[in-house]
Design a protein around this ligand. Structure first.
Ligand SMILES: [Zn+2]
Ligand SMILES: [Zn+2]
Length: 298
């Protein structure tokens, strides 16, 4: 297919930095791909030439392992991941397995849609895993949190946004998207939270988030890689608090999420870069210079 836009995800930084095991090398990164089909393989009936589609991180699964068979294909023993173990979307064209591609509305803003393919999808999965608590904390207010804050507000929840200390711009941005409170991740929220999702790859946020949730509260780690979690007193886990991670996505997550996108009227904030400036986009993400999500346009 022909790539129209490809989002830049923090996972791409982990791939580029060699922080994830066994990548395909050399690799073309990128797993938030929006484009149009320009060629269809033999035996593929579900998609047609010219159709607008999205290609996510989950590139392929085996269909046979215990996880695939019990509805947890996100945990497949023999998966392929776009932009990690198969070539991705930092390119003009990409080859995808038709069974793992999402059909998108024929009209739509390609750049605005790209971040939904991972920040949105993983965000959605992490929100479901966080449970249905009313007061939800989001740690790290980047691409995923800015989408999930909108979904959570649409669901009628109260969002508490935590950013790096002194990042007034991100804190103000969170409030414009409906957050009830925003502040530094070192600050305690004004009241105990029911659950928290950590999007930043920073292990020291785990004990901070545990301290912020109420008894029985849950802390969800949504990233593929995180710095080590420092030791912490058992006291802050006690009272049935939980820590859980989120890995990858299932196709069902995508089908559910893309139905919600128009209902929740999700608007993504993007900064676009020509494909030739991909390294600049990665550097801006690394240095926290972005508001919303970076998107490459070939
Ligand atoms: Zn499998
Ligand atoms: Zn991603």
């Amino acid at each position: 297919m022909q790539v129209a836009a490809c989002g830049v995800c923090r996972t791409d930084l982990h791939v580029v930095d060699g922080e994830l095991p066994n990548p395909k090398l050399p690799i073309v990164p990128g797993h938030e791909i929006v484009g149009r089909i320009d060629k269809v393989g033999d035996g593929t009936d579900a998609l047609s030439i010219g159709q607008r589609v999205g290609v996510p991180w989950l590139g392929q699964t085996c269909g046979q392992c215990r996880y695939c068979r019990n509805g947890s294909e996100n945990l497949c023993d023999r998966p392929l991941f776009t932009g990690y173990t198969r070539d991705g979307g930092y390119a003009t064209h990409v080859v995808a397995d038709a069974r793992y591609v999402f059909a998108l509305p024929q009209d739509g803003d390609d750049i605005a849609t790209a971040p939904l393919l991972c920040a949105g999808l993983i965000g959605w999965r992490s929100l479901q895993i966080a449970g249905d608590g009313q007061k939800i904390g989001l740690y790290g207010f980047g691409a995923a949190a800015h989408i999930i804050a909108q979904v959570a507000c649409w669901q009628g929840r109260e969002v508490f946004a935590f950013t790096r200390k002194g990042d007034d711009a991100a804190q103000a941005f969170a409030r414009t998207l409906g957050a009830r409170w925003s502040g530094s991740s070192e600050d305690a929220p004004p009241e105990p939270l029911d659950c928290a999702i950590i999007y930043a790859p920073v292990g020291s946020l785990v004990p901070l988030a545990l301290r912020a949730v109420r008894k029985g509260g849950r802390v969800v780690c949504a990233g593929i890689h995180m710095t080590d979690i420092p030791s912490f007193p058992y006291d802050i886990l006690w009272h049935e608090r939980e820590i859980k991670s989120v890995a990858n996505l299932t196709r069902q997550d995508g089908e559910e999420f893309f139905k919600i996108v128009p209902k929740a009227r999700i608007r993504t904030e993007t900064v676009s870069y020509p494909l030739t400036r991909a390294n600049e986009a990665l550097a801006d993400l690394r240095n926290g210079r972005l508001r919303g999500a970076a998107v490459l346009v070939p």
